[in-house]
Structures are given as C-alpha cells and as structure tokens.
Write a protein that binds this ligand. Structure first.
Ligand code: MF3
Ligand code: CO
Ligand code: CO
Length: 258
C-alpha cells in the first residue's frame, strides 16, 4: 500500500532530510586522505544527536552504524571501520535520521584528495542521472519514467545500472512502497501522484552491473571490482514540479571552498 503524505507530513520530511543534508556537509569537512570511515561515523552520530534526532540506520535490521560508507568498488552498505581513506578513493556516504517520527535519507559520493578523470566522470554522470530522474517526479508520470531517465543517461555514457538495489518511498518508515528502480520503461509502473515522497538513489558502476555481498553480511561490491558511485535525494512528487526535500547545497559549499 502506498502512503501518500499530507502537506504537514511533507514539511516534517523536509526537516528530516535537511538535517541529513547538513550532516553530510559536516562530514564533507573531514573527508581527506588519512581519515577513517569510523571517525566520519562518530562525527555524524554526534551531529545528529546534537540536533535532537536519532540515527536512522543504527539498529535498522540490526545495522551497526549511523552511516553507510562505501569505498571505490563498494556500491552501498559499507560499514564504517578503522579503515583509512586514501588519496584517489571515492566514498559514498549514506545517512539516515529520524526526526519528529519521520525519516531523512540522503547520500553523496565524495572524492578523497585527487581522483582520476575516470572517477570524476563517474561521479558527475551519476549525479546528473539523479537530477534527470528527479525531473520525472511529477504527477501523471510513472515510476518507470524515472528509472528510464536514469538508465538512459548512465548507459549512454558507457556505465551500468545496479538492478538488485532500488530507491523507495520514505515516511514514518525508511523503506516504504513503491520501489524506485534506476532502470525501467517509459510509461510503466506505479502512477505518480501528489503526496508521494520517494528516495531516488542511482547506484552506477563503471564496469559491469553485477554485484556481490561481502562476508560481513552488509557490504555490496561490484563483482568486477571496478568503481561504483551512489547519490540519493528525497523528493516529493509535485503537480507541476518535483519538490526536492534534501539538498547537496551545503555539501558542495564545503567542497568548493576546500
Ligand atoms: N542505503 C539504504 C537506503 O538509502 C539504507 C541503508 S539501511 C542500513 O535506502 F540498514 F543498511 F543502514
Ligand atoms: Co540512503
Ligand atoms: Co534510500
């Protein structure tokens, strides 16, 4: 069952997603060669609690941390640890919160120090595909229009789309209906209506689309061990335009002033 939100609920979801956006900007200050993903996790947890919210992933299906930190060939659900980020790495940081009973869920893939042109382009195209997908989050379109737009842009650039992991509805639960695949057919799938809030989160591989799960039971990695990128924004479907509830603005202010 799809749970359409009232205007009041959308304002609460905006608050939650704004807090995640600001948490990811706080993290951006510390992303540099030598930092551990565990340190980023500690910073995020403290920042979230200081803002009267609780980490949304911690304890979710027994997940042990506040962030998911996925480096290079790790696609998503990497567990923060004592592992050190190195110059040339890319790291996807996915963060969730619960604030006033509503979830925020947003992710950004960062460059650590100087990265290759190949990785820069993967990050650029993946982020572009997210915004192109979002353009389709308007009433009257369908879920397949979003997935098709993401898939077309990424495949046109020679990349592949992860199929097994998808975006989702967002509300009092982290993962609500409908599923939001990053591939699909135009005009297919659930009809979009005002009040629907979804997370769109392309997971895009430089090489082949296939993934495996690591023995830790969480980390998802590309089978060919080539790099993967992941960006996520929460969006409310609008009558005329999408209403983007999270933002990369604060993250990119930090990055651009480094
Ligand atoms: N990465 C997921 C999402 O954005 C949520 C992670 S749940 C966790 O939807 F338990 F793995 F943290
Ligand atoms: Co997420
Ligand atoms: Co999500």
């Amino acid at each position: 069952m799809i749970n359409y939100k009232t205007e009041e609920e959308i304002e609460k979801l905006r608050e939650s997603n704004l807090l995640v956006s600001k948490t990811l900007a706080e993290i951006a200050k510390y992303i540099q060669p030598g930092v551990t993903t565990g340190k980023l996790d500690a910073i995020a947890e403290e920042f979230i609690r200081d803002h009267k919210a609780v980490p949304g992933f911690l304890g979710y299906n027994k997940y042990p941390k506040t962030l998911c930190t996925s480096v290079n060939s790790q696609v998503v659900h990497g567990i923060p640890s004592d592992d050190i980020l190195e110059d040339g790495d890319i790291v996807s940081v996915d963060c969730g919160v619960i604030l006033n009973d509503y979830y925020g869920d947003t992710a950004y893939s960062y460059a650590v120090g100087n990265i290759s042109q190949e990785k820069k382009e993967l990050l650029r195209v993946t982020k572009e595909s997210l915004y192109i997908g979002i353009e389709n989050a308007v009433a009257g379109k369908r879920i397949g229009d979003i997935g098709h737009a993401v898939q077309f842009h990424c495949e046109e650039n020679g990349y592949s789309v992860v199929r097994e992991m998808v975006g989702h509805g967002l509300g009092r639960d982290l993962h609500e209906e409908p599923e939001v695949p990053n591939y699909g057919k135009r005009g297919a799938g659930v009809l979009l209506k005002k009040g629907l809030v979804i997370c769109i989160e392309p997971m895009i591989n430089l090489g082949k689309r296939h993934i495996i799960q690591e023995p830790d039971g969480w980390t998802i990695r590309t089978t060919d061990r080539k790099p993967s990128a992941h960006f996520e924004l929460a969006v409310a479907v609008g009558d005329k335009e999408p209403d983007i509830l999270s933002t990369f603005k604060y993250i990119e202010e930090i990055i651009n002033n480094k």
